[in-house]
Design a protein around this ligand. Structure first.
Ligand SMILES: [Zn+2]
Length: 158
């Protein structure tokens, strides 16, 4: 699959929820597998559906248990503390097609839930890098790129 890059307007759109009835369809299952394959090929830690041109709420996250498709993911609780960390994005490239990195402040710990590829709701906690990846990918579903956070930080002089 081709990855859409900034400033394509698809990346700025808010994505819609997946109808849970659709999850078991072959077409949807294949989409998840194709996204996992694409993320692996590009050595990404996460991939959101808008990055492959689909404005639906699906993200792929590289976890200790492997690459997991998270459908309709929602952050239900965040820690008080935030931390800075380097982020890059397969959709934000230099003119020579290299990933740009920048420091972004994110919640240190999050509780979140999602529907898995079998249609089951999963509730889970994450911290550190995994929490960061999930926040970055959910931002994609809301049309937010990490460079937007960078400019916000710059503008507000934090
Ligand atoms: Zn990204």
């Amino acid at each position: 699959m081709n990855i859409i890059t900034y400033p394509n307007p698809i990346l700025k759109k808010k994505s819609i929820k997946v109808d849970v009835k659709e999850i078991k369809n072959k077409k949807f299952q294949k989409l998840c597998l194709d996204m996992i394959q694409t993320m692996k090929e590009k050595n990404g830690k996460g991939l959101a559906a808008p990055q492959i041109g689909k404005n639906i709420r699906v993200i792929i996250v590289d976890t200790k248990e492997g690459q997991i498709a998270m459908i309709n993911p929602v952050i239900t609780k965040t820690s008080w503390t935030k931390e800075w960390g380097d982020e890059g994005c397969l959709s934000v490239l230099t003119s020579s097609r290299e990933v740009i990195f920048g420091k972004v402040k994110r919640y240190k710990k999050i509780n979140y839930k999602y529907i898995d590829k079998n249609g089951q709701e999963i509730k889970i906690k994450a911290n550190g890098l995994l929490a960061r990846i999930i926040q970055h990918e959910i931002d994609h579903l809301d049309g937010v790129l990490f460079i937007d956070n960078l400019s916000f930080i710059k503008n507000s002089k934090i």
